[in-house]
Design a binder for this molecule. Sequence first.
Ligand SMILES: Nc1nc2c(ncn2[C@@H]2O[C@H](COP(=O)(O)OP(=O)(O)O)[C@@H](O)[C@H]2O)c(=O)[nH]1
Ligand SMILES: [Mg+2]
Length: 207
Amino acid sequence: MASRRRMLLKVIILGDSGVGKTSIMNQYVNKKFSNQYKATIGADFLTKEIEVEDRIFTLQIWDTAGQERFQSLGVAFYRGADCCVLVHDVNVMKSFDSLNNWREEFLIQSNPTDRENFPFVLLGNKIDVDGGNSRVVSEKKAKAWCASKGNIPYFETSAKEGSNVETAFECIARNALKEEPEEEMYVPDTIDMATARQQQKSSGCEC
Ligand SMILES: Nc1nc2c(ncn2[C@@H]2O[C@H](COP(=O)(O)OP(=O)(O)O)[C@@H](O)[C@H]2O)c(=O)[nH]1
Ligand SMILES: [Mg+2]
């Protein structure tokens, strides 16, 4: 019986409260959108399987539970992240101005080995609002910021309409993959476990 190998990629989503982090994640994982504002999702993360270069990976996407407004997010949130997704609302300048802080906070908290090359992806969200008439952060401005931080990939998204969400996560997964290609989570299936136990017994191994 062939054993199943999967790779776990941890992705965290950061940005000001209200930019649409939870909505983007829900749109990607559950294909759902709600206009209602919910500060928490009641879970630390959601997972979704994704195929990249003919291999299956499990994306583990960590969203804040609204605590980004008033307190730090805690070490468990940042620990072992393979990619950090930064989000701003293209209609709110302050959310764009906060990106430097979020990026710095991430680098301080997670302390990656290679600070300069850690994979970030930026999403400019809510492009659907008011047919684009209330937009204050241009694509050019966002791209210039990304270029100044070592060419961070940039996507304009609408969690409401689902636009670009799938494409963005494909890029996120590919970038997460660059970070820790060797970190594998081995998930034996039940048959494997039973066979292993049987073998242990017959070889007299007590461990
Ligand atoms: N029109 C529109 N509204 C959005 C979009 N993304 C999120 N929202 C709304 O913005 C509010 C905040 O979204 P939420 O996902 O809770 O933001 P979070 O605090 O960053 O997690 C909610 O009312 C959402 O319905 C979007 O792409 N377009
Ligand atoms: Mg949220």
